[in-house]
Design a binder for this molecule. Structure first.
Ligand code: FAD
Length: 424
């Protein structure tokens, strides 16, 4: 669809007037001589007809931001294994941090609008979408949902603008899929909390000013805000990742770390409080991976239309190639409808964790398969960083694992339909 009519003049207040969008190239020219135009969307089933003008506007804003600001830097950032930090304040200015939350400077968007932003960001890179997911769904959401007024006032405006970065510490070296087994412990001493333990695989860990940390107490699992610089709190980055390279991943260490009583999240009680945050993030992932799949599909479609083999015929003219492109567009279309339906359920307060498990599991598996097929259709060129495919493919391996693995979501759905929990 041509949505160029959605001019910046019509942007909602969350798009700051001072945010000037620079010009960007209309076509990318590959080394093979083939050209790929500006992304115009993938919409075989006319799903756009189910979106409101406001939703289309939000998506267009995100799409333009990705084209102008994210795509030009993301390949180099990935190769260097560095997060493009300059994006943080821009994401804040556009209202994309905690976009679906209300108050404290947040944009108060719907869950569908939020999902469309995630889709566009992950079209560029899962690591950029991860940053936004963690900041909004795993740091701002628990502070808004479980925090005191003082905690909300102190942290939410800074997290929304990108002035502060947050992280979410749940996973431990011996407890990944089963976080309720955690060993990190918080004990009450003289009105304060003494925190001991380790969290690992934590996105944004070492760059975060504030960590939402889950720990066992004598009253059950509780959430705490641990501020950078607190005595006894240190971080170390995980190096050598071949996936999510433009996202910072760290371990958090707590050694007799003293947390003031007012830094406990007063309303976060039990592991279910942490899992509710994960549901927020998983919903965003279910949308985000569609963007990665669309990029893989569009790259493969454009490439096979220009690359010729056997009798000067484009690859796209061969039946076996068409069948692969058809599989991709069919699965992307189904994933779009699933995401939109779950997003609408969430907006009407009817989506539960088991619905979101189906969205996350199905759409991640779909996107991974699209990346693999696209890599295959590009032949040798498919392994090159000139194309985004290997980057998406490597990133999506992480996305399959984090926020509940493919297996764990199968077990959540299995429990819903049989009534039998099969985790142990
Ligand atoms: C780049 C990256 C960023 C991350 N960011 C964060 C973050 O910000 N915060 C955070 O807290 N965590 C984060 N994680 C951790 C992530 O959530 C965990 O890796 C995930 O929960 C899986 O845990 P695990 O790696 O220990 O795998 P394991 O739990 O050891 O699982 C290994 C395999 O066994 C399977 N398995 C486990 N149990 C069962 C079962 N009962 N039945 C069948 N199969 C089973 C799994 O599906 C998987 O295939 C991140 C991970 C990565 C890679």
């Amino acid at each position: 669809m041509d949505d160029s009519h959605l001019s910046s003049a019509a942007h909602r207040s969350f798009v700051s007037d001072s945010f000037a969008l620079p010009k960007f190239p209309d076509t990318i020219e590959w080394r093979t001589g083939a050209k790929m135009g500006r992304f115009a969307g993938v919409d075989y089933l006319l799903v756009d007809s189910l979106l409101s003008e406001q939703e289309l506007l939000v998506r267009q804003t995100a799409r333009q931001f990705v084209d102008d600001e994210v795509l030009p830097v993301v390949r180099e950032a990935y190769n260097q294994g560095a997060f493009p930090r300059k994006l943080v304040s821009q994401l804040g200015e556009l209202g994309f941090l905690g976009a679906n939350l209300e108050g404290y400077g947040c944009a108060g968007m719907s869950n569908v609008e939020y999902g469309l932003i995630m889709q566009e960001l992950e079209r560029a890179d899962s690591g950029v979408r991860s940053f936004v997911s963690v900041q909004g769904a795993l740091v701002m959401y628990p502070i808004l949902q479980y925090g005191s007024d003082a905690q909300k006032e102190k942290w939410l405006p800074r997290l929304q603008s990108g002035e502060a970065i947050g992280c979410f510490g749940l996973t431990e070296p011996d407890f990944g899929s089963n976080p309720s087994g955690m060993r990190t412990r918080a004990e009450k001493r003289n009105g304060e909390w003494l925190l001991n333990g380790e969290k690992t695989w934590i996105t944004n860990g070492s760059v975060a000013e504030i960590a939402v940390v889950w720990a066992r107490t004598s009253e059950g699992i509780r959430g705490f805000l641990v501020e950078k610089g607190t005595k006894g709190y240190s971080t170390s980055d995980i190096h050598g990742k071949l996936s999510m390279r433009c996202s910072v991943t760290s371990s958090l260490h707590f050694s007799d770390c003293v947390i003031p009583a007012e830094n406990q999240l007063p309303c976060a009680k039990g592991i279910k409080a942490a899992l509710a945050c994960l549901s927020q993030a998983r919903h965003g992932i279910g949308w985000g991976v569609i963007g990665a799949a669309m990029d893989c599909y569009e790259t493969a479609r454009t490439y096979t239309l220009t690359r010729k083999q056997f009798d000067d015929k484009p690859l796209a003219g061969h039946q076996l190639v068409q069948e692969k492109l058809v599989w991709m567009i069919t699965e992307i279309s189904k994933a779009q409808l699933l995401a939109l339906h779950v997003g609408r359920l969430k907006d009407s307060g009817k989506a539960d964790a088991a619905h979101i498990s189906m969205l996350k599991r199905n759409n991640v598996a779909m996107a991974l398969e699209c990346a693999r097929i696209s890599r295959d259709l590009l032949g040798a060129n498919g392994i090159m960083d000139e194309y985004p495919i290997m980057r998406h493919l490597c990133n999506l391996e992480t996305v399959k694992t984090y926020e509940g693995t493919d297996h764990i979501h199968a077990l959540v759905i299995g429990e819903r339909i049989t009534g039998i929990p099969a985790y142990r």
